[in-house]
Design a protein around this ligand. Structure first.
Ligand code: HEC
Length: 208
């Protein structure tokens, strides 16, 4: 398995387990809020092992994805902070049957999930219309239309926290994934691997 696939699989796994985690918490919170103590007990018992597996994967994949970041941005700190804080709140909330704490914890988890998504979507709007197809894909043109607004024509602009591409040492395979899926505040482009490869190769020419 190559690096691209590994990154893809872990990225996908992370999103999947986070979603499952949220669904489990949503059900439990609803049961707590509607005073269904017996049902809550039953479901907590049934889901104990799956929940442990999901939590473990959640943290494991999250830590891996963190190690792939060149630097930790404020948004990421807020996101991690919310997740880390929501865990003890959830434990105490469910143990004591405290509805406020349990709801707060669920709300924090959803917010942390939402923060990155909203950001991606909002910025993603700039790229989707520029999708071009097939062989006449002009990487340089695409770059100056869609990438230079943050990275600048020379790759050095660093607008909106964009990384300086002239000093980037990022491996081609990872760069392709960043270009396709976005990362942090960088929007996803949804380009094909071939197109992303063409752009990644153009971006490498900006290096000193
Ligand atoms: C909305 C601003 C924005 C746009 C538009 C944008 N980027 Fe980025 N780019 C960023 C940010 C922010 C980062 C750092 C991401 C992070 O913190 O993980 C980044 C990181 C990168 C990286 C990783 C560099 C490294 O060394 O890790 C590459 C490669 C890259 N961008 C290429 C592109 C290309 C190619 C395009 C056009 C398709 C593009 N970017 C469009 C903001 C942007």
């Amino acid at each position: 398995m190559d690096k691209v696939q590994l990154y893809k699989i872990i990225h996908y796994t992370h999103y999947t387990v986070v979603t499952i985690f949220l669904v489990i918490y949503f059900i439990k919170t609803i049961l707590l809020l509607s005073n269904k103590q017996e049902a809550l007990k039953k479901i907590s018992k049934t889901l104990k092992v799956p929940e442990m597996i999901v939590s473990f994967l959640f943290l494991g994949t999250g830590i891996f994805l963190l190690t792939q970041l060149p630097e930790i941005k404020m948004l990421m700190i807020i996101k991690i902070g919310l997740v880390l804080l929501s865990i003890p709140l959830a434990i105490i909330g469910f143990k004591k049957g405290n509805k406020l704490l349990a709801s707060l914890s669920f709300f924090m988890l959803v917010s942390s999930f939402g923060i990155a998504e909203v950001h991606h979507k909002r910025m993603g709007a700039i790229t989707n219309d520029a999708k071009s197809t097939g062989d006449n894909f002009d990487a340089q043109n695409y770059y100056s239309e869609k990438c230079s607004k943050c990275h600048g024509d020379d790759g050095k602009a660093m607008i909106m926290g964009a990384m300086d591409l002239s000093v980037s040492t990022l491996d081609r395979t990872v760069a392709i994934q960043v270009i396709i899926n976005g990362r942090g505040t960088m929007p996803a482009t949804g380009l094909s691997e071939k197109e992303a490869d063409a752009i990644a190769s153009y971006v490498e020419t900006l290096r000193k």
